[in-house]
Design a protein around this ligand. Structure first.
Ligand code: 2BA
Length: 109
């Protein structure tokens, strides 16, 4: 058994949830925040039998889009105490960031 942790963009999260429900795959959905953009994203935790891991990865891959997003770098204050605000820079986000971990034990009490 494996634990799949998938960080997806909020815009893709509902469609992905629908696909998991249709496939009968149990998931836990967490509201999370990206450390870089500091904007909301969604993390799914999916406990799944080894033979269905590829199916889960395919659903995530088919549902998650790559998007361009702008972020403004933090304001710099130099030695003359003059503040300079950075120009917005464009970053590419997603489709999805996925980790697959082994599960040592799985219990439902
Ligand atoms: P954020 O940390 O908000 O990052 C959003 C996007 O900003 C990233 O997209 C990446 O394109 C860019 N980015 C992140 N850190 C950067 C840096 N130090 N310099 C320049 N650009 C940077 P993704 O790579 O698709 O990541 C989307 C979200 O997935 C991330 O949101 C974060 O919540 C999560 N994530 C990505 N890599 C991770 C990792 N190694 N461990 C845990 N979470 C991760």
């Amino acid at each position: 058994m494996k634990l799949v942790i998938a960080i997806v963009q909020d815009k893709d999260a509902n469609r992905l949830r629908t696909e998991f429900v249709k496939a009968g795959i149990g998931v836990t959905r967490l509201s999370t925040t990206g450390g870089f953009l500091k904007s909301g994203n969604t993390t799914y935790m999916i406990g799944i039998e080894d033979k269905r891991v590829q199916e889960v990865l395919d659903l995530i891959h088919e549902t998650s889009r790559t998007r361009q997003q702008f972020m403004t770098p933090p304001v710099n204050i130099d030695t003359q105490l003059e503040a300079t605000s950075g120009y917005p820079v464009e970053v590419q986000v997603g489709g999805a960031t996925v980790f697959v971990l082994p599960i040592e034990q799985f219990h439902k009490f």
